[in-house]
Design a protein around this ligand. Sequence first.
Ligand code: ADP
Ligand code: MG
Length: 604
Amino acid sequence: MSDIIQLLPDHVANQIAAGEVVQRPASVVKELLENAIDAGATNIKLLLKDAGKTLIQVIDNGKGMSATDARMSFERHATSKIQKAEDLFNLCTKGFRGEALASIAAIAHVELKTKQKDEELGTCIKIEGSKVVAQEFISTSEGTSLAVKNLFYNIPARRNFLKSDTVETRHIIDEFQRVALAHANITFLLHHNNNEVYHLKGSNLRKRIVAVFGSKMNEKLVPIDETTDILKIEGFVAKPEFSKRKRGEQFFFVNDRFIKSSYLNHAVVNAFDGLLEHGAHPSYFLYLTVPTSSIDINIHPTKTEIKFDNEKALYAMLRATVKHSLGQYNVAPVLDFNRDSNLDTPYSFKSNGKAASVPKISVDPDFNPFKEEKQGEINFPYKREKNTQSWESLYTSVETVDKTPQENLFEHQEEAKAQKTFQIQRKYVLSSIKSGVVLINQSLAHQRVLYEQFLESITVKEANSQQLLFPVKIAFSSAEIEMIYTIKTELENAGFSFDEFTKDSVTIKGIPISVTESKITIILEELLNDIDLEVPNASFSHFDVMAKSFAKTLSIKTGTLLSEKEQEGLVNDLFSCKEPTISPFGKATFKTLTLHEIDNLFNS
Ligand code: ADP
Ligand code: MG
């Protein structure tokens, strides 16, 4: 039998390797930024088009490459960073595998321009799918520019697998932030579709964190600083009252490399012992410096996991250090300026002269059709007029009930009139129906009502907007602004209208009618959180996430006292919904208890 084994051609091997190195545009960003840092750059620019799908370009002022090195850099296992196996145990560079450029060049159109300090001319190389299509001498500035165009152009399956621009941009910004936070002394610039997203001037760590996450961050930070024989810990943790519902702002860096470690995270969370509300996650930016020989970063291809020699000692030290700093900085209670005071106000109270939006009432509780009929017989002109009004209101009520798929829940309108609702423990609304009673969870029910209202107004594209008398300017981090910008159209459909976008603020001049002015910040912050949390979800739809997020944020909460009118309004609105039985998050909104079931309670 003939031999069948053969070596794969280079470009095929490279494409396979690329599968491991490059999952998405953000992976390219990470590799290119790290190469720039390894080249000693002090100024790094990242330019993106269409969430990196069309262009990712990194321009640095590092040491550049010779013509030969420029050509060599695209070969697989070509690296200047290690020479022998032992070097692996003493890594102080970001890269070492020599795979990134070869992999990227296998699946994109790549253009490299590079020049070393003392050279007159630099080199330009163009590669498409591992093939060098041009190489020439050019005049260019010192350092390296690497442009990656049309990522996955030759692997349609991978290209189709990419998520929406919002999601891919989020991933890129995550990588960018990690690198920028690890190198506070380097100046970074990020442009997306010609908009400046970040311009971070080289500075110190605290300033860098504030520049990345917005000025609100400054007051939250508690410094950490500890040096021992085996470890140096520096950085900041956020005060416990600023902990988050999501894990967003948790950063460990080991020897300037971002890493993930659930073990070390545990140590930090443990140090917050008793200071965090249930389900809250502390924010932290912790920089560990350990001897290079005591870690192994080679265990994970994308290098965000790491193995330590003396994990237990590290854990104990980290926990003790964080605990100590928290103790020092948390003796005095700190005013939480970030908190929306409106959140603490009972729902039915008015704030800023504006009533909080309550479930709308479509039934006139004073209306009695029988009374009106009698009055109709008298036939006075002004009585007639009143009569018409009553008929109109009867019509409104009937129409509301007409729309419900549950219409036979109520026997008929007269009985609905007579029925009373009761609120139980400021949490449930009890309402009698023909066959027994329904017990409605007020918060979940209101979520359903708002969700359907928002979904309708967003998708129908008929914005129900109210103009603000005075536009409000809200501060956000640049990353958040970028996110808001990418979902601007959807937000406009929902009823928002925007005035000016700057790098760290947005001015809002109109809001959906169901939103009160005091809630704008919280509703947008929650929305960004929710979009973040949705990132891994393939069935990502902004409309749906937005409607869900708004519904959750604006719904009446457990603990809110509802007037009888509000209770009735809620019941009516709920049963006018297309899907009244479940909340937008899949929980039951009400339970029924039939007369039979109630009877049984007493027969046992
Ligand atoms: P690695 O970073 O693991 O060495 P890469 O494929 O990322 O592998 O890069 C290959 C080589 O190309 C690097 O070792 C370095 O010598 C050179 N190189 C890549 N990017 C740059 C850059 N921006 N400036 C200078 N040299 C670079
Ligand atoms: Mg590299």
